[in-house]
Design a protein around this ligand. Structure first.
Ligand code: C2E
Ligand code: MG
Ligand code: MG
Ligand code: MG
Length: 284
């Protein structure tokens, strides 16, 4: 069973898949989606060379009326299984695009990254809806980044490739998330119109202690650069790792070293305090 931050067992995979607790939670999620309980927190991404903020990743949270703030692991599997991922992504995209547009109006050019799920990439209508959303909020497409994982592309490569291609044609940035953990990474780098690669946290974590990991990271960054891609390191938690990433010419750093994901209204304060100074402080 999974434990949420509140210590309540929320979702127990198959064991309670047909139990009443599970069904109740699905209904709560349905209601929560309709009632605006799904909210975004934003995690800053910093230019490794300058320490400036380059963008944020939008990460969904469920502000549950009684259970507290729930993390994606607590409810995303449920949404996927019960066909709610389309609705969830609509909500997330709407909020992310609206937020990026609002920051832009305030004079902040802050691209927002949104995570897509497997089912999203099988939805041939998604590119048109993204296009409409950008138009509605008058957001330039280069301020939206869409993250896809390699595993997502495995479900139905032809269909998902077509959707990713159509999204890239809109001018939004396509990013490969959790890079290095899936299969056929190199084929996707060759075939997909991606502009960004996010090195999975498992590589960042072992960078300083494992020579093989270090070799893979160094080579991946060099390869990405030869292909004209920007590299984001996920899960950067300490200054020593950041320094190594800097030496390896990694472009962008994201992790608890800089900041945890923050509610949108806390971001301007964070940017004022940390986001524009070179180098990075710990304990942010
Ligand atoms: P992800 O896209 O790889 O996002 C990074 C996750 O790592 C986030 O967890 C983030 O809070 C966490 N993280 C960031 N920095 C650090 C660090 O320094 N150390 C550690 N240990 N963790 C760090 P979160 O928010 O719980 O999200 C988990 C996953 O849920 C995401 O992984 C993504 O796959 C998925 N997800 C989140 N939001 C959405 C969404 O709106 N839609 C979809 N489809 N998936 C989402
Ligand atoms: Mg992501
Ligand atoms: Mg990731
Ligand atoms: Mg990851």
């Amino acid at each position: 069973a999974k434990r949420s931050g509140t210590g309540v067992v929320l979702y127990d995979g198959d064991r309670h898949a047909h139990g009443s607790g599970h069904l109740a939670l699905v209904e709560e999620l349905r209601a929560g989606l309709a009632g605006g309980e799904l909210v975004l927190h934003h995690q800053p991404q910093l230019d490794v060379a300058t320490g400036r903020i380059t963008g944020v990743e939008a990460l969904v949270r469920w502000a549950h009326p009684t259970r507290g703030l729930l993390l994606p692991a607590d409810f995303l599997p449920l949404a996927e299984v019960h066909g709610l991922m389309g609705t969830l992504t609509e909500t997330v995209l709407e909020q992310a695009v609206s937020q990026a547009a609002s920051w832009h109006r305030e004079g902040r050019r802050l691209p927002v990254s949104v995570n897509l799920s497997a089912s999203n990439l099988l939805d041939a209508g998604l590119p048109a809806r993204v296009s409409e959303l950008l138009a509605t909020h008058a957001l330039s497409p280069d301020l939206l980044v869409l993250e896809v994982t390699e595993s997502v592309l495995l479900t139905d490569p032809d269909r998902s490739l077509a959707v990713v291609g159509a999204l890239a044609d809109l001018g939004v940035t396509v990013s490969i998330d959790d890079f290095g953990t899936g299969y056929s990474s190199l084929a996707y780098l060759r075939d997909l119109p991606v502009a960004e690669l996010k090195l999975d946290r498992s590589f960042t974590v072992d960078l300083l202690t494992d020579q093989r990991t270090a070799a893979i990271v160094a080579s991946t960054i060099a390869l990405a650069h030869r292909l004209g891609l920007r590299v984001v390191a996920e899960g950067v938690e300490d200054q020593a790792t950041l320094s190594r990433l800097q030496a390896l010419d990694c472009d962008v750093s994201q992790g608890y070293l800089h900041s945890r994901p923050l509610p949108a209204d806390e971001l301007p304060r964070w940017v004022a305090a940390h986001g524009r100074s070179p180098g990075v402080r710990s304990g942010a």
